[in-house]
Structure formats: C-alpha cells, structure tokens
Design a protein around this ligand. Structure first.
Ligand code: BG6
Length: 494
C-alpha cells in the first residue's frame, strides 16, 4: 500500500530530532521511492527562517549524516518549506492556513496532513488545541493525523491529563504515539519468530521457560541532554516505554489477525497482567544505579554528577534493574529480569529466553542451559544455544550455537525505525504505535517505582564501563541466576 499524497508538518523543526532523525528518514524513503508521489514537508517552530534557509540547514544535515548529494538531494529539498509560528500563541497558528492551502493545492494532497510533534512535552496539549482553533484538526477535507513523541506524560496522573487534552481535539484513530523501539526490525521479528513457527510457541510458557532477561545497555552517557535526563532517569527514559514494549512483544498472546486493533489489544492485555509492585516488591526487586567516573572503550569518562546540566546532588538513576512477573496462565511464576543503563561496557539490546534444564542430568552435572538470544541491536540476529557432546572421551556436554544474522540475508535493506514508523503513519497503519490503554498500563505499573524515587530511594554507584552496581548482580543471584554479559559476542560468531 502506497501512502496517500500528503503534507507533513513538523513542529519543533529547528530542534535536533528534525535534522538528526526525521528529515534523514524522509529523505531515505524518498530515495527508495516509498513516499507518495506528491508530498511536502512544512517545518514549523519559533525561530525565524525562510524556506531557503531551512532547506540549506537540512541539506547540510543530509550531506553530513546520509552522504546525500546530486539531483536526488536537490529534488528532495525542493519539497521542504518553513513557517515561523509562536507555538504558544493560538492566534499565530493562523499563519499556517494560507501556507497549508498553498501546499495542498500545489501537491494535490487533498488536505491530507500529518502533524509531527517534535517539541518539548509542555506543548503536546497546546498544539492540538491551537490547530483545532483554526479547524486544522477536522477530517472533512483529507485525513489529519498527529504523531506525538515520548514522553507521553511524566507519571500516571499527567499521562491521563495529556490524553484528555489531546482527545478534546483529536480522536484516538488520529493519534499516533511513537515509540521508536516498535519500529525496529528485530522487535517486530519477535512476533514473526514466535507466531509463524510451530517450533517455539509450544515451549513459550511457564512449563518450559525458566526466566527471561531483557537488556537495553548503552555505552554513551547522557551527552548534552543532562537537563532533560535528570528529570527523567532510566525508568522514564527507557523502561516505562521502550523496554516494556519489548517485554509485551515477548509475552503477549498471538493476535487473531495482524491489524492495529487486534495487535494492540494483546499488547494492552499483557501489560495489564504485570504483577503490581508493592512497596516491599520495589525494595526487594529493584536496583537503581548512577555512574561515576570510569573507562568506556579505553576512554576515561566523567561521572553522571559531573555532566552538564546535572545538579551536583542528583539522585537520578542512569541504571535500573527490575525483577517482575506477569500474572496470567502463560507466565505465572516466570521472572522477567529487565535492566537498562548508560555508560555500560557496550551498546546492546537483547532478549534472552532461558529454558528450563533437563529434569535429570544424564550426561553432565554442568550441562549448559538452553537459551534463545534475540539480538535487537546492533548486529541484529538470533542465536540458539544448546549442549552437544564435547569431542573426545566421555559424554560431557558443551555449549554450541546456531545463529542467524540479518546482515547475512542477500538484501537486508532494513528500514530504520523512524523510516518504518513515518511510512506507517502516512499509510494510516497504527499497528506499531502505542495505544492509550497500553501507555496507561505502563505508567500504572511504574508508578510505585516513581513514588519510591520521589522519596529519595536508594541509588547505588557503579563505575562507568561496568555492568552496573553489584547490587544488581545480587538481585538476580538471589534466585540462583546471573546476568549475561553480552560484549561483542554476536559479532564474531553467528
Ligand atoms: C531514547 C532515549 O528514547 O532512546 C535515549 O531518550 C536513548 O536516552 C535512546 O539513548 C536509545 O535508543 P536506541 O535506538 O539508540 O537504542
């Protein structure tokens, strides 16, 4: 299905998401012929710029990040336009009317408009209201969709308030809450792996799975986002959205059919089944950490408290590890260990399914566990680990692996997360966007942890370049397990 002709209006066009992710994604889609035949992009923000100066800024960004050049680049840039608007003044939005009329006319878009809110969250409620004040939300003349970047709220209360604000002017079918993890090829592949093979699904439950590990590790620190990050921390920045969405993909039931409603019904259902955390659970099953000075990839790096924009007495966590459970027939009693951190030894996102051991160790007391490792990034792939006979005398079992790497496919041509999601939104496919009930379920689950943090709950130090505080090792060791330390392994093997 090809996207309809449309105009994409990016609010926050002078911000870094626009030139780092959105414009490159649109450019790449244009290059491979996936955009509609007629489209235009209207950048909007407070900064005064002309069409030409906006084009020049985007042109430079594309040359730098995408190695863009020649006619392709020039032709793409001709589709870019700019309009300065004081985004907190409802009257000023009037300036959009003649601009949009002109673009809809020129590109025969039939009024189809995709609004992308890439602004500070404080404007998420304001922009829909101001658009509505000028009738720019109605679908009488073409569809109107609105993409909202995370965070969708700051806690359960503000998430609900934000929802009410947006829903006053846009209906749920018009709202696309973007979580870029859902746009990642390997996250989607989790579903295909599970539901298009007879091999795995019969084992995918409490009878055969011992525990599940989900890791979202980054070697970077907070970079120049200290100000934002300090108000957020790993719980809000990574866990509440990205990692809980990954968990939902691992744990959900098969949808009856693949469409936005049925998929998102299953996602919401499993998130509602997360075992609610009591104060005791939070104390026993959660470890928060903050990095101090150390070495990452051979380079000395500063501690979190020394980062720009971070208060010297901050208790914000840059690492979290949590043991959680899902109260349903499939998963009762199976622990999910989820961890995420900045300034870890390497960048890796993966899911590890640890299967139960054999009931009776015939060949060796130390036979390896059976594991399925789903590598989300980098070097996307899947690795199955199991025991086979160690060559030579005796019957000792040794771990071997069967590996698949996306890079080995003849033409991997993967769309990046933003490319995939922007394209889906233009086609009106909301399957990979977070629905309001799922977002609320995530906040509801996380709220006891936020309350604990607000009471200045304990945050342990860890040295940059390590796998987090030792307390996190103790958390998993309590149950006789260890975290996987996935440094570079998939790259060499598979
Ligand atoms: C963003 C977070 O949503 O996801 C960042 O705000 C984090 O702090 C990023 O670095 C991770 O995304 P990815 O795709 O690099 O894993």
């Amino acid at each position: 299905m090809i996207a309809d002709n449309n105009c994409i209006v990016i609010f926050g066009a002078s911000g870094d998401l626009t030139y780092r992710k959105l414009i490159p994604a649109l450019y790449n889609l244009y290059k491979i012929g996936r955009l509609a035949e007629h489209f235009s992009v209207l950048g909007v923000s407070r900064t005064e710029m002309t069409d030409d100066s906006f084009r020049e800024k985007m042109r430079q960004a594309l040359i730098k990040s995408e190695n863009a050049s020649g006619e392709m680049l020039e032709n793409f840039c001709q589709h870019l336009y700019y309009q300065a608007v004081n985004t907190s003044d409802p009257v000023d939005y009037g300036k959009l009317l003649p601009r949009l009329d002109e673009l809809h006319d020129k590109y025969q878009t039939g009024g189809n408009t995709l609004y992308y809110l890439s602004t500070p969250p404080s404007l998420y409620g304001v922009i829909p209201e101001c658009l509505a004040a000028h009738g720019l939300n109605t679908e009488e003349f073409g569809w109107k969709r609105i993409i909202v970047e995370k965070p969708f709220g700051y806690d359960i209360k503000t998430a609900k308030e934000l929802d009410v604000q947006i829903h006053r002017f846009f209906e749920e079918h018009q709202i696309y809450r973007i979580d870029h993890y859902l746009g990642k090829e390997t996250v989607q592949n989790l579903l295909v792996l599970r539901f298009s093979n007879g091999l795995f699904e019969p084992l995918w439950n409490r009878n055969f799975i011992d525990y599940v590990e989900i890791t979202g590790a980054e070697s970077i620190g907070v970079e120049d986002r200290g100000g934002y990050y300090d108000g957020s921390g790993a719980m809000r920045d990574m866990f509440q959205n990205h990692l809980l969405q990954v968990l939902a993909m691992v744990a959900m039931e098969p949808p009856a059919i693949i469409n936005a409603d049925s998929m998102r019904d299953e996602v919401a259902k499993v998130l509602h089944c997360l075992h609610p955390l009591s104060v005791e659970d939070v104390k026993n099953n959660l470890v928060l950490g903050q990095y101090v000075r150390g070495e990452v990839n051979g380079e000395e790096v500063q501690g979190y408290l020394e980062e720009k924009g971070v208060p010297a007495d901050s208790l914000t966590e840059t690492y979290m590890a949590l043991r959680c459970e899902i109260d349903n027939w499939r998963w009762a009693g199976v622990p999910f260990y989820v961890r995420s951190g900045k300034r870890m030894p390497t960048r890796v996102t993966e899911v590890v399914i640890h299967f139960k051991t054999t009931p009776h160790p015939v060949f060796s007391q130390n036979a390896p566990d059976n594991k399925l490792i789903i590598r989300i990034q980098p070097d996307e792939g899947i690795s199955m680990r199991f025991g086979l006979k160690k060559p030579g005398a005796g019957f000792e079992a040794k771990e071997v692996s069967m590996d698949f790497r996306y890079a080995d496919l003849a033409s991997p041509s993967l769309l990046t997360a933003y490319e995939r999601l922007l394209l889906d939104a233009m086609k009106g496919d909301a399957t990979l966007f977070a629905r309001t009930d799922a977002v609320h379920a995530c906040w509801k689950f996380v709220q006891p942890i936020l309350d604990y943090k607000a009471e200045r709950g304990r945050v342990y130090e860890y040295e940059a370049g390590t796998w987090g505080p030792t307390e996190a090792d103790k958390l998993i060791a309590k149950h006789g397990r260890v975290w996987r330390k996935p440094t570079g392994e998939m790259k060499k093997k598979i």
